[in-house]
Design a binder for this molecule. Structure first.
Ligand code: IVH
Length: 672
């Protein structure tokens, strides 16, 4: 049936509207209409196209073809797709610039386009007269494979460019990738449905791009960032890469928003550092930064080596995920007797450090991973977080000896191990268990607790093993001669240690409460208890119901606190400490506990001069609330390097943002 003009106009308008909403949804991540309204537009278009036979290949209804391909077609790239040289340090990046300047015979400052090096698959998109006509993999750089059927399923890639009347051919190149959220979702589904888990986002994206059946590819929520142009034939393009990106964006192509133009290599190094700091907060995986000369005519002048351009360089970051093997599992006993499985690993360099063991948290985690000794696993260490086994990639071939079983007796004191609650296993030995005693003393002396300088973990272990101390109160009875007799302890360090122990008696009530190691009482809770009760005796006398009156203390923690102060051995320990001459102050010197009352702070990004926990406690000591997310009730956001979405949200809401320097100055000014 031939369509009346009115229908043709409606179809064109629907396509425009659907493309517009696709872009908001898939590229900009900020949809304007509910899904149901979008579906209604889509259904109407499908209906009209069918009724009037108006289907065209670039219609938004035609993204997923229905028939699998029999095989891939080879595509010869009209211009080879190059690869990048890589460097791992500053000096090599400086050398890169020196080589360029030498070749150009100029000392003038150069402008660079700095971009994240997205960990995905390189592709080439060919637009003919503005219509996506062909998509190909990089292959060996000269010949790739036709993957148009799969690329069409990627919603953020326009089937027709938003460039009225464009004629000619334009090849856009970029990286197809799978975002962290998309990967997470796929793997959660695979785990739920008992399917095969995906190793990492890159492999998953590579697999999807190389599917013969586009319906399978369409199930993987792939995305793309465009990073260069190849063949240009009859299309006017700007002379600088930065302007090319803006034009591509205006045509509806996705370009990485985290790119930035910088002057000189020092500017690029700043960029790399910032990018490394915010790596964790990005919603896609990167393996470094790419630095490119911005001016396309200078790019042409510099030319290329065999397979790599002279005008670009990859600055690689340490990999955050590596595979290794589980050599064994040990069971560690914590301060409160909790027994934790810890995996011993074949040492692996990941996230910038060598990892040779990692906690498995509890037996549920072991089960969830389906882990056995001997398995090959993926270890992830991102930023400063503790390394973690995230999945098993190849099970041990002979699993019989590899089963991980909770021991029935404590590995430190041989007392029976008891199951507590759903997932916890505990040693029943209490204070007869040397492992628990050691952990209690380590915690007591730690930086956030009494901060006893010179009393490190190793020394605590020796003191307990040699029966010089049994509880923390024994620390205050140690003599210089006893300590100096220990291996590698001279009289001077022994004296210093005794002095540091002596000094620790002068401490705030909050730190003292934290140091006692009450179950689930961290620094913030200890501070809240101290603020509320003001005196130790009042904390001891209070009931669980009293503790629950304190904001942020729930019934479970309240009952742990009450239980702790009803146990005779704990009260006797506190008595002994007080008899040793402890002086408990309510506040840290000069801190005005109300100066920030009523204000809510959010800490984001990395703080370099003060651990985030300490910053939190300091704020709470000044009466502020510290929240995890930004809302209109937030008063101030403290944003360190790498601050991402929280900072952006604060900006959007017009909330005051301060950096670490301003934060430290604020705290200091309130402490006087
Ligand atoms: S430019 C001639 N820019 O890294 C320039 N590549 O090792 C060619 N990649 O094959 C590439 N992000 O797959 C460029 N912003 C970016 C990139 C990027 C990721 C990949 C790309 C390339 C590989 C080179």
């Amino acid at each position: 049936m031939t369509a009346p003009d009115k229908i043709l106009q409606e179809v064109a308008a629907l396509r425009r509207e659907i493309n517009y909403h696709n872009r908001l949804y898939y590229t900009l991540d900020s949809p304007e209409i509910p899904d149901a309204d979008y579906d209604a537009l889509f259904d109407r278009l499908t209906e009209l196209e069918q009724e009037y036979d108006l289907v065209t290949p670039e219609s938004p209804t035609r993204r997923v073809g229905s028939e699998p391909l029999a095989q891939f077609t080879q595509i010869t790239h009209e211009q080879p797709m190059l690869s990048l040289d890589k460097v791992f340090n500053e000096q090599d990046l400086q050398d890169f610039e020196s080589r360029i300047k030498k070749r150009l015979d100029s000392e003038a400052d150069l402008e660079y386009s700095c971009e994240p090096k997205v960990d995905g698959i390189a592709v080439s998109l060919l637009y003919v007269d503005g219509v996506l006509t062909r998509a190909a993999t990089r292959g060996d750089g000269l010949t790739g494979e036709d993957i148009t059927h799969n690329v069409r399923t990627i919603h953020s890639i326009p089937l027709r460019l938003d460039a009225q009347g464009m004629t000619g051919r334009l090849e856009v190149r970029g990286e197809i990738y799978l975002g962290k959220a998309g990967f997470e979702k796929l793997n959660n589904r695979a785990e739920r449905e008992g399917g095969k888990v995906f190793v990492n986002p890159r492999n998953t994206a590579a697999g999807a791009v190389r599917q013969l059946d586009p319906r399978k590819a369409a199930r993987i929520p792939l995305q793309m960032f465009c990073y260069s142009i190849g063949l240009v034939d009859g299309v006017e393009m700007p002379g600088r890469l930065g302007d090319v990106f803006e034009l591509l964006e205006a045509w509806g192509l996705p370009v990485n928003p985290d790119r930035s133009a910088r002057t000189g290599i020092d500017g690029c190094l700043d960029y790399c550092l910032d990018l490394l700091n915010k790596r964790n907060a990005l919603n896609y995986e990167i393996d470094g930064a790419v630095i490119k000369v911005n001016d396309l005519s200078i790019q042409r002048e510099l030319g290329q080596n065999a397979r790599t351009p002279r005008w670009a360089m990859a600055y690689k970051f340490p990999a955050e995920e590596k595979s290794t093997q589980v050599l064994g599992v040990e069971f560690q006993v914590g301060r409160t007797g909790t027994i934790t499985p810890v995996a011993r690993l074949k040492p692996v360099f990941v996230g910038g450090v060598t990892v040779s063991n990692t906690t498995l948290h509890n037996m549920d985690e072991v089960e969830r991973l389906g882990l056995r000794v001997g398995d090959s696993v993926i270890v992830r260490r991102a930023g400063d977080v503790i390394p973690k086994i995230i999945r098993v990639i190849a099970p041990e071939k002979n699993p019989a000896p590899g089963a991980i079983v909770m021991p029935s007796r404590c590995p430190a004191c041989h007392s029976p191990v008891l199951k507590e609650g759903e997932v916890l296993y505990k040693c029943s030995g209490g204070l007869i268990c040397p492992a628990q005693r050691k952990e209690a003393v380590k915690h007591f002396a730690s930086r956030s607790a009494l901060d006893i300088e010179g009393l490190g973990d190793r020394l605590v272990e020796i003191l307990v093993d040699q029966d010089l101390i049994s509880t923390v109160a024994d620390l205050y009875r140690l003599e210089v001669s006893q300590i100096s007799a220990l291996e590698r302890m001279g009289p001077k360090s022994a004296q210093n240690l005794v002095a540091a122990i002596e000094k620790s008696k002068q401490v705030t009530l909050a730190r003292f409460l934290y140091a006692l190691g009450i179950r689930e009482v961290g620094e913030a809770t200890a501070q809240a208890l101290a603020n509320h009760h003001q005196a130790l005796q009042s904390v001891i006398d209070a009931s669980a119901a009293d503790h629950e009156q304190i904001p942020d203390i729930g019934p479970i923690v309240a009952s742990h606190i009450e239980t702790f102060f009803r146990q005779e051995h704990n009260l006797s320990l506190i008595d002994q400490l007080l008899q040793c001459g402890f002086v408990l102050e309510q506040r840290t010197s000069g801190e005005n506990s109300n100066a920030l009352a009523g204000q809510t702070f959010v800490l984001t990004g990395s703080l370099e001069q003060m651990p985030r926990n300490e910053a939190k406690v300091r704020l709470q000591a000044l009466g502020a609330k510290v929240a995890g997310s930004v809302s209109k009730n937030t008063s101030v956001v403290v944003a360190g390097p790498g601050a991402g979405s929280k900072r952006a949200k604060a900006e959007a809401l017009g909330i005051k943002i301060i950096d670490e320097g301003e934060f430290l100055a604020l705290i200091q000014s309130l402490n006087h």
